[in-house]
Every structure is written in structure tokens, then in C-alpha cells.
Design a binder for this molecule. Sequence first.
Ligand code: IMP
Ligand code: MG
Length: 184
Amino acid sequence: MLSSTASLKQSGGTEFKRIVFDEETIAGRVRELGREIAAAYPDGELLVLGLLKGSFIFLSDLVRRIERPLQVDFLVAASYGAETISSGNVRLLYDPETELRGKHILLVEDIVDTGKTLNRLVKLLRAREPRSLEICALLHKHLADHLELEPRFVGFDAPQIFLMGYGLDHAENFRNLPYIASLT
Ligand code: IMP
Ligand code: MG
């Protein structure tokens, strides 16, 4: 009989090689992050904004560990293939319905790689005059030359290799892995 790890190992013709962050490690860190975040916002309205699709599993585990009132909404950003587009531009496929002005905004991202996505979103969100804007990233590769806003809350410093699982995809596959695995 296949173990559950073996049956999850292949998807879309690709196979992951090893587990980098296991379920217990992730759950423990998410619990700590929830406490850090609750302590960082003693007052005011908190809106947790998840960047789809990659943050969906992290976000759902995280908000259940933040013991204070909050609201949840989502952002879907269009990824431009061509680098001819000016980096100040980002197109939102889904724009949060919720009013941002005057609220503490916590933007939740799966992984910070080059930082381009976040740099664009930070400018766009700041223009909406939130009371504060911070980033919570599950993983940080520390590859970016310049970040408009360094994530205040980081789950793990990640190795600079391709990672998947726990929401992160490889060509849309592997998002359902309960742990984070690598191709190499
Ligand atoms: P950035 O704009 O280069 O920081 O890329 C951010 C986005 O690229 C993330 O939100 C992910 O969706 C994706 N990404 C970057 N690195 C990885 C990885 O190692 N595995 C899966 N997705 C990644
Ligand atoms: Mg992706």
C-alpha cells in the first residue's frame, strides 16, 4: 500500500524530492505568528488581506490563531509576463470589496521571491490610506534587491529553491500538500 506521502509525491508529471517544512513545524510557527500578530495590534480594526491563490491555506490556518477581532478579504493580482510593463502597475482581477481607509491592513502572501508582486501591491494599497500596512509572508527567500516594505511577520526564511505545497503550486499542481516540499 502507498503511504500518503508516496501518493502525493507525483502530480502533473512532476515529482517532489523532499519535505522541507513538515506539518508539525508549520503548525507550530503559524501558532506563534498568530500570537505575534494579535500582540502587534492592541486596538483598531484589522483587515487581513490574503493574496490569492498561494496564500489560501496559510491564511485559513493563520486567522484561526489570531485571537482578536478581524475581518478577511482577498486580492487577486494579474501577473504580467512581459517586463516591458512599468513596475508601478498592477492589475487586480479581484479588488477587495472592504473599505481599507482607517484600518490596519495585514497583507498575507505565500512567498516573497523577487518581491515584484509585493512592491506593486504595496504602492497600490498605500494609496487607499489605511491606518497601517504590514506584510505577513509564510516564506521569505531574501532574494529581492529592493522591497518597498519588508515583511514584518515571516514564517520561515526559505532556501532559494523552488518550493511547493501548503498553497504553493508548481504549474497549478501540489497546492494540496499538507507540508512544503522541494523539486530538488
Ligand atoms: P515575486 O513577485 O517574485 O516575489 O513572486 C511572488 C509569487 O511567485 C509568489 O506569490 C508565488 O506565487 C510565486 N513563487 C515564487 N517563488 C515560488 C516558489 O518557490 N514556489 C512556488 N511559487 C513561487
Ligand atoms: Mg504561483
